[in-house]
Design a protein around this ligand. Structure first.
Ligand code: ADP
Ligand code: MG
Length: 696
C-alpha cells in the first residue's frame, strides 16, 4: 500500500500529466494511494430510476432512463450550447452542455438508451439537466448496487472530470493492481472482524449493497482512527517512560502562606482536586503536559496561581501566557494583588511594554529576580530568556498556534511543566483525538453562589421590550454588553452594523455613557475604551467578539447578542460567560430575525436550555460537525480525515482507542513480527506529522 503513495497519478490510464496536475491542485490527489482514498461523499441507489414527469427543481441529483430525440446547438461563439431533448415516455427534459460540445455530439446518438445522472432544474418553465453523467444502458458501470458520488470542484466539472471519471479511474487502478497489501495486522483484523482492505476499497467505491458498504466504511474509518490513536498512545507511553522532568519536591513557604493568609475564599472541591492532580504530576519526576478544562467562571486562574507558587517554592520561575493584551493585563492585576503582599516579584510583558521597562524585565528574567511573569506572545520572542523556567501556564490555549506554544518550552534545556487551560470544553471524543494522552483535569463545579444566567431568544421585532429590560438594569446601576457578529467577508459592513448599533444605543439611552470596541481598533484605543467599561465609567459596551475571552466585569448583568444565529454555540456560551460573574441575577438575550430555519432555532434553544458548557459543546459537535468547532482549526492540528467523522463516529473512535491500547499493552514497542505492518504504516502515516504529545 505504501508503495502506492510513490506512484504519480499521471501514470494511471486515462489521467496523463494535464489532468494529473488539475486533480492534484483541486482535490489533492497526487498518487495512486490518494486516488484510492478519495472516497465518495454519498451514494445514490442505482436501481432507482425516476420518471421525468415527476421531476422538479428542488430534487437532488438522481437517475433517469430514456433516449435522446434530437441534438441542437443554440447560440453563438462563447455563448453557444448543446441541447439534447431527452424523453422517457412520461415527459421530456432538455439536457444542456456548455462545453465540449463536439465531443458530446460524437459520443451520444439519438435512438440509443442511456441512463442520465444529474440534478434536475427548471429554466423558463422547461425541465433541464445540465452536464449530467451518462452511461449507455447495459454498460457495466451503470447497473446494480449503489453509485458513489465523489467530491468535485467546479473547475474539474468544467474540464469534463465528473464523478463517473473518478470512478472509472479507481476501477482501472483496482483492476490492474497487484494484490493490495493489507495495512492492519491480523490480530487487529480478527479482533475487530474487519473486512480485508482490498474488499473494503472495492466496496466503498463500487458497493453492491448497503450492508457491504457499511462494513467497508467501518473498516476504513476504523483504520484511519486506529492509526491516530496508536500514534498518540505510543507517544504518551514514551513520555511516561521518561523521567527527566523537573521534580518539584516540596510545597513550601509561598504556597502555604498564600493558602493561609491570601486566599480570598474557600477553594471549591473541584479546584482542590485539580491542584492535587497537578501537584502530584509535578512531583513525579515526569514532565507534566496537562490540559485543564473548566467552564467559564469556574476559577481556573486561581488554580494556575497556586500551582505556579509550587514552582516558585522550588526555586523555579513560572510564566502565564494569555492570548490578548486585555486578558494578560487583567491576569496580571489579579495575580499581583494576590501575591505581591507575600513578596513575589510579578511582572507584565506585552507588545506595548515600553523599551526601557522591557529591557529591565528581560534582565530580571535572566537573573531570576522576576519569579512570575504574565504576558502575551511577547513572551515567546527570542530575546526573552529565563534563568530557570520551570512551569508554563497557557490560558485559552486555542488562541495560540501550535508553533508559538512550542517555542515557549524550548527556552530551557530541561522541559518545563506545561498546563494548558481552556474554557471551550472539548467533547471527549474530540479531545481524545486532538490531545491524545495529554492528561486532562476538569473543574466541573462553579464557585458557590453563582446564579445561572437566564437566556432567552428574542426576535428583532421585539426590540423595544429588550430595550426596556436594558433600561431597568441600567437604572439599577448595572452594566450591559451588546455584541455584534463578525461576518468577516466584509469588514466594512461589519463595522457599519456595529457603528449603526452604537448610534442607536446612544440615542436610546442618552443619559448613560456608551462605548464601543472592535478588532480593527488600535490596541491603545481599545484598551482605553475597555478600561472605561471595566472601571464602570461606561455603562454600555458595544463590541464585536473581541470581548469573548476572559474579560471580568462582575457588575455587568446583561449580554445582548445581535444576529445570534451567526455564532457558533461555543462562542455564544463564551459570550454568555461574561455575565453572571457577580452576585446579581444576569440575563443573556439572543437576538435573531423572526424567520430563522428550524434547525437554527433548535441550535439556539440549546443555549436557553442549559448553562453547562460541556452539554453545549457536545450539542455543537453533533449539530455542526467537528470541522466547525471553534478552536479545532486554530489549534493547528488539522487532521485530514478522509472517511471518519469525529462527530458521528464517536463509537468508532472509542473502538480504535481501545484496540490501540490493547495492542500496545501486548507489544509496547510493536516489535512482534505480527505488528511489523503496524509499525511500518505508522511511520508512513505520520512521517511528517508533528509529535502531538509534545506540543499540545
Ligand atoms: P475562569 O475559569 O473562567 O478563568 P476565573 O479564574 O476568572 O474563571 O474565576 C472567575 C471568578 O470566580 C473570579 O472572579 C474569581 O475570583 C472567582 N473565584 C474563583 N474561585 C473561587 C472560589 N473558590 N470561590 C469563589 N469565587 C471564586
Ligand atoms: Mg480565565
Amino acid at each position: 500500500m505504501n508503495s502506492l503513495r510513490r506512484i504519480d497519478i499521471k501514470y494511471l490510464k486515462g489521467v496523463g500529466p494535464k489532468r494529473a496536475d488539475l486533480i492534484g491542485r483541486e482535490l489533492g490527489i497526487k498518487s495512486y494511494y490518494d486516488l484510492l482514498h478519495h472516497f465518495p461523499s454519498h451514494y445514490v441507489d442505482r436501481s432507482k430510476i425516476y420518471n421525468i414527469v415527476d421531476l422538479h427543481g428542488e430534487m437532488p441529483a438522481l437517475q433517469i432512463k430514456g433516449k435522446f430525440l434530437t441534438f441542437n446547438v443554440v447560440g453563438e461563439g462563447a455563448k453557444s450550447r448543446l441541447i439534447g431533448l431527452f424523453s422517457d415516455g412520461t415527459a421530456t427534459i432538455e439536457v444542456v452542455w456548455f462545453r465540449r460540445i463536439s465531443q458530446i455530439k460524437q459520443a451520444y446518438k439519438t435512438g440509443n438508451e442511456y441512463i442520465l445522472f444529474g440534478k434536475p432544474g427548471e429554466f423558463n418553465g422547461t425541465r433541464q439537466m445540465v452536464h449530467p453523467e451518462i452511461d449507455p444502458v447495459g454498460s457495466t458501470t451503470a447497473t446494480g448496487g449503489l453509485r458513489g458520488v465523489y467530491p468535485l470542484t467546479e473547475k474539474l466539472r468544467n474540464a469534463g472530470i465528473g464523478s463517473r471519471t473518478i470512478f472509472t479511474w479507481v476501477m482501472n487502478l483496482l483492476s490492474t493492481m497487484r494484490p493490495v497489501a493489507e495495512t492492519l495486522s491480523t490480530d487487529v483484523i480478527e479482533a475487530m472482524k474487519l473486512m480485508p482492505l482490498r474488499d473494503a476499497l472495492v466496496a466503498v467505491h463500487n458497493p453492491q449493497d448497503a450492508a457491504t458498504l457499511q462494513k467497508a466504511r467501518f473498516r476504513l474509518k476504523f483504520e484511519e482512527l486506529f492509526y491516530i490513536q496508536l500514534n498518540l498512545r505510543r507517544h504518551s507511553l514514551m513520555r511516561a517512560a521518561r523521567t527527566d522532568g523537573i521534580r518539584f519536591g516540596r510545597v513550601g513557604e509561598f504556597f502555604n502562606t498564600f493558602y493561609e493568609r491570601q486566599l480570598p475564599f474557600d477553594l471549591t472541591n473541584a479546584q482542590k482536586r485539580v491542584i492535587k492532580e497537578i501537584r502530584h504530576d509535578m512531583g513525579s519526576g515526569r514532565q507534566m503536559n496537562r490540559l485543564l478544562q473548566g467552564d467559564v467562571g469556574s476559577g481556573k486562574t486561581l488554580v494556575a496561581l497556586m500551582t505556579m507558587l509550587i514552582a516558585i517554592d522550588n526555586g523555579y520561575q513560572a510564566c502565564l501566557m494569555a492570548p490578548t493584551e486585555i486578558l494578560a493585563t487583567q491576569h496580571y492585576q489579579t495575580l499581583r494583588e494576590l501575591v505581591a503582599p507575600i513578596g513575589i516579584n510579578v511582572r507584565l510583558l506585552t507588545g506595548s511594554t515600553r523599551a526601557k521597562e522591557r529591557r529591565e524585565i528581560h534582565e530580571g528574567l535572566l537573573s531570576g529576580d522576576i519569579q512570575l511573569i504574565v504576558g502575551t506572545h511577547a513572551l515567546i520572542e527570542d530575546t526573552v530568556k529565563f534563568r530557570n523556567l520551570g512551569f508554563v501556564v497557557i490560558d485559552e490555549q486555542h488562541r495560540f498556534g501550535v508553533m508559538q506554544r512550542s517555542r515557549l518550552w524550548t527556552k530551557n534545556s530541561v522541559l518545563p511543566h506545561v498546563l494548558v487551560m481552556t474554557a471551550t470544553p472539548i467533547p471527549r471524543t474530540l479531545a481524545m483525538t486532538l490531545y491524545g494522552d495529554l492528561d486532562v483535569s476538569v473543574i466541573d463545579e462553579l464557585p458557590p453562589g453563582r446564579k445561572p444566567v437566564d437566556t432567552m431568544i428574542c426576535y428583532d421585532t421585539r426590540r423595544e421590550m429588550v430595550n426596556r429590560s436594558i433600561g431597568r438594569q441600567l437604572a439599577m446601576g448595572r452594566q450591559v454588553y451588546i455584541v455584534y457578529p463578525l461576518i468577516s467577508e466584509n469588514e466594512k459592513l461589519d463595522l457599519k452594523s456595529l457603528e449603526d448599533g452604537y448610534e442607536t444605543i446612544c440615542e436610546t439611552f442618552p443619559s448613560y455613557e456608551v462605548t464601543y470596541v472592535h478588532g480593527k481598533m488600535k490596541p491603545a484605543e481599545k484598551d482605553r475604551r475597555m478600561n472605561d467599561f471595566v472601571s464602570g465609567k461606561a455603562r454600555i459596551l458595544v463590541a464585536t467578539t473581541v470581548i469573548e475571552v476572559g474579560v471580568n466585569v462582575p457588575n455587568a448583568t446583561t449580554m445582548v447578542i445581535e444576529n445570534a444565529e451567526r455564532f457558533g454555540l461555543s462562542q455564544l456560551h463564551q459570550l454568555r460567560g461574561r455575565v453572571g460573574r457577580g452576585a446579581d441575577k444576569s440575563y443573556c438575550v439572543l437576538m435573531t430575525k423572526p424567520q430563522i430555519a428550524k434547525n437554527t432555532r433548535e441550535r439556539l434553544e440549546i443555549m436557553t436550555s442549559t448553562n453547562d458548557g460541556f452539554i453545549v459543546a457536545e450539542a455543537d459537535l453533533k449539530m455542526r460537525g467537528p470541522g466547525d468547532i471553534e478552536g479545532t482549526l486554530q489549534s493547528g492540528i488539522a487532521f485530514d480525515l478522509k472517511i471518519a467523522n469525529l462527530a458521528t463516529d464517536q463509537q468508532i473512535v472509542q473502538y480504535a482507542r481501545d484496540r490501540a491500547e490493547a495492542v500496545l499493552e501486548d507489544d509496547p514497542s510493536l516489535g512482534k513480527p505480527v505488528h511489523a505492518v503496524l509499525l511500518a504504516n505508522l511511520q508512513e502515516n505520520f512521517e511528517k506529522a508533528i509529535d502531538l504529545s509534545r506540543i499540545s
